[in-house]
Design a protein around this ligand. Sequence first.
Ligand SMILES: [Zn+2]
Length: 457
Amino acid sequence: MSFPALAFVDLETTGATATADRITEIGIVEVDESGVREWSCLVNPGTPISGFIERLTGISNAMVADAPPFEDVADEVRKRLEGRLFIAHNARFDYGFLKNEFKRTGRDFRATVLCTVKLSRKLFPQHAKHNLDSLIERHGLTVSSRHRALGDARLIHQFWQRVQAGVAPEVLAQTVKALTARPSLPANLDPAAIDDLPDGTGVYLFYGENNLPLYVGKSKELKKRVLAHFAADHAAAKEMSLAQQVRRIECIATGGEIGALLKEAALIKQLQPSHNRVLRRNEDLCFWELTEVRAGEWRPQLLMAGDIELRREEHLYGPFKTAKEARRTLTELAKEHHLCHSLLGLEKVKAGKPCFAHQLQQCKGACVDKEPMSFHSARLMAALGRHRLAPWPFAGPAWIREGDDVHLIDHWRHLGTAQSEADLHGLLETPAPAFERDSYRILQKALARMTPLARKT
Ligand SMILES: [Zn+2]
């Protein structure tokens, strides 16, 4: 079995964060047809090394004081890695650090990466631990200098040799292929756009030509979800056409899933992306409101969602997407429950005259005093019961915390999301948005997580 030219890489750094911490040592074992070459180099990180890191790696501030900065070894490193499969243990770490160091020097660095943690996990799933110490013990690797760059790079190389000796070639080839598979990306999309996507929860937006919004979606794993859109084996023509049009991707990380759902719903309404299902405009949203016109006589009245005042939700039934849908529902209920079509306003009849439904014996006769009005009202309420707007269970606003986000909600309206107490007070002072169907559904499911806001008295 032939593998391309390989580079086993390990780095020592001043800490764990690729964007803030710096490289102190680089170790590379190059393997190809002409043999094995080892190279390592100390790097001046331009920042102090902590006592903890000094003790862990044995690389002290004094040792790197005269070492070259990364910029001076960047070309050498690139020359050694170029065209090779980049193999590292927990490769995301080493690859991320190198990419960031190259970025600081104004250069771009990209490689096909194979992570030996993932490789070990795939090949030896019976083992729980796949850190380097576990591999040393399990495969009897020879340690030269642990926690130094070249020493650890050698260990990864040894692990690779053990794997090559012990695993069926076609299994290994298949596994490596699966682990290094590059996502197929739309032709017009910069691959760097994918590298920068966050992994966590949030909302993603696809933009097409002329920055036109194409699609808004949400996910608990943003990067994975976005890549799934571009998977080559997509049979759906719709998905293919979307992928071909994407020019730019934007991601908005949220503290959790509720925030993502709310953001997604708001953005779809705001941007009307061409590939999202067309949402009916909120302006058409309406309710049946039951009002007591005389003692014991309740009648339904159509109310547009925009006209509902905050804190007036007691006798509301809905929401319905349109007035037509509201009427159709009420008509169906009237037939099913033998309610009076005239009293419900579904049929125009002179007062005291039986409604047409009564003549067909479908109305129990509240229109001609055959049924007490209060009975009819009670049956109407029961018939509509399933459509009743959930009563808001708190005296005032409530909040939900998700990560760093605090969502503020009042009477099923999402007032906004705050990251600080000052933001929260600002939200309380701005006027509440109109009742909105998607937020209502999202928030109703999240009711158990709400805490009423303690009001200052
Ligand atoms: Zn009637």
